[in-house]
Every structure is written in structure tokens, then in C-alpha cells.
Unconditional design. Structure first.
Lengths: 113, 110
């Protein structure tokens, strides 16, 4: 099992460009999450999904959109990137049943110039 | 989900037990306490969780007070590889939103 895989791992954008981060998990997990982490800060929840076809807002959803068309994939989109969105983005997943733990990807480092 | 309060940073000598506190005074009866850690810029790693009873696994022990308003993560014999940011989270077992705080930055000193 690969676990949680994030694509791409690094990306540089210009202000106003758009892009999509892909998170894929092969553990058949229901829940998936996108977090961002700025230097010296903790993780902040952007959006999450409790199942295929569902999404919900987290703590800092503005400027991002998400989609969960397939159970194994959770996409994070930036329609018009801003320098304030320069960050490291982490995806995570967990199973539905019981008090299961989160499994994280290795992160995607995004720089917006 | 209940909020947690953790010290910003802590030091511990290598080979000694590292005791990381977490306050969760507004925890509800159905909320679990979870601990994760993040080494350098890697994705956070699950350590342990508990509801009421103390828990132990190969990585750490979790001590939860009887009133459940606080807990302590214990790394019994800290090594340099335990230098990381440690996050304490409180949440229900089945639920969507999972919020992380800023965690405690643990420095293991040689």
C-alpha cells in the first residue's frame, strides 16, 4: 500500500495562475482532509470530505475549492493563486469506523510569486 | 471539538522521560484525546489515543486525568530522533472536522 500520495510535491506559481493538488489514498478511507502549514505554525484545516461526493469547509476555506468525485481522490484547487497561499499543503485520510487515526501524505510545497 | 492548550516548547535531556502536557478542560464525554508528532517538515505521524483509561504502545504512554480535563504524553526514554512538534487533539470518534493547534516543540538535548 502506498498510503496517502500527494501530487505534485513542489510547485511554483505566479500570482493569478490556477492549479490543482491531487491527494490519492489506497486504504478505502471515507474521510479525507486538506491542511495548510505556514512556517512555524501548526496545521490549519482548509476543507474536508466525509465521503464520495461530499465536501465541507474547514477553518481557512477562502480561496480554495475542493472536489471528491472518487472515494480515493480528494482534489484541492486554487483558481487564482495569491502570495498568501504560499504554504506547505498536507492531505490526510481516516476510516469511518471507530476512533481511527489520520494518515498523512508527505506534503506539497507551493510557492506563489 | 474541544480546544486544547499546550506549552509552546519544551526541552528534555536525551535518555530521560519526556512528559508533554495538554489541557482540554472543555472535553466532552464522547471525545477522545489523540497525539501526533511532526518531525521536520514531514507529514504528522499518529502516536497514541485514549478515551478514559491510560494507554501505552511501543512509542509512548498516555496518561489522562480522572476528570479528563488534561493529559500527559510520556516518551519513556527520549532520543534525539524524538525532536519534533507534538500535537494534542480532542475529537469525537466518528466525525468530520479535525482541528490541530500549534503543538509543543520538543527539543531533545544531547
Amino acid at each position: 500500500n502506498a498510503g496517502v500520495t500527494q501530487t505534485p510535491k513542489f510547485r511554483v506559481l505566479k500570482t493569478g495562475q490556477s492549479m490543482t493538488l491531487l491527494c490519492a489514498q489506497d486504504m478505502n478511507h471515507e474521510y479525507m482532509y486538506w491542511y495548510r502549514q505556514d512556517p512555524g505554525m501548526g496545521l490549519r484545516l482548509i476543507h474536508y470530505s466525509v465521503g464520495e461526493g461530499t465536501t465541507a469547509k474547514g477553518e481557512v476555506p477562502d480561496g480554495y475549492n475542493v472536489s471528491r468525485l472518487k472515494k480515493q481522490n480528494f482534489l484541492l484547487g486554487l483558481e487564482s493563486a495569491a502570495p498568501s497561499q504560499t504554504s506547505v499543503y498536507f492531505c490526510a485520510s481516516k476510516k469511518l469506523e471507530g476512533p481511527g487515526e489520520l494518515f498523512f501524505g508527505e506534503g506539497s510545497r507551493l510557492t506563489v510569486l | 471539538d474541544a480546544k486544547t492548550t499546550q506549552p509552546t516548547s519544551m526541552d528534555c535531556a536525551e535518555g530521560r522521560a519526556a512528559n508533554l502536557p495538554c489541557n482540554h478542560s472543555t472535553i466532552s464525554g464522547n471525545e477522545y484525546v489523540y497525539w501526533y508528532r511532526q518531525i521536520h517538515s514531514q507529514g504528522p505521524q499518529y502516536i497514541i489515543h485514549g478515551l478514559k483509561n491510560n494507554e501505552t504502545n511501543e512509542m509512548a504512554s498516555l496518561i489522562i486525568t480522572e476528570d479528563r480535563k488534561s493529559s500527559t504524553l510520556i516518551l519513556p526514554h527520549a532520543t534525539l530522533r524524538d525532536t519534533a512538534v507534538y500535537y494534542c487533539i480532542v475529537r469525537v470518534a466518528v466525525g468530520g472536522k479535525i482541528i490541530f493547534g500549534k503543538g509543543t516543540r520538543l527539543h531533545i538535548l544531547p
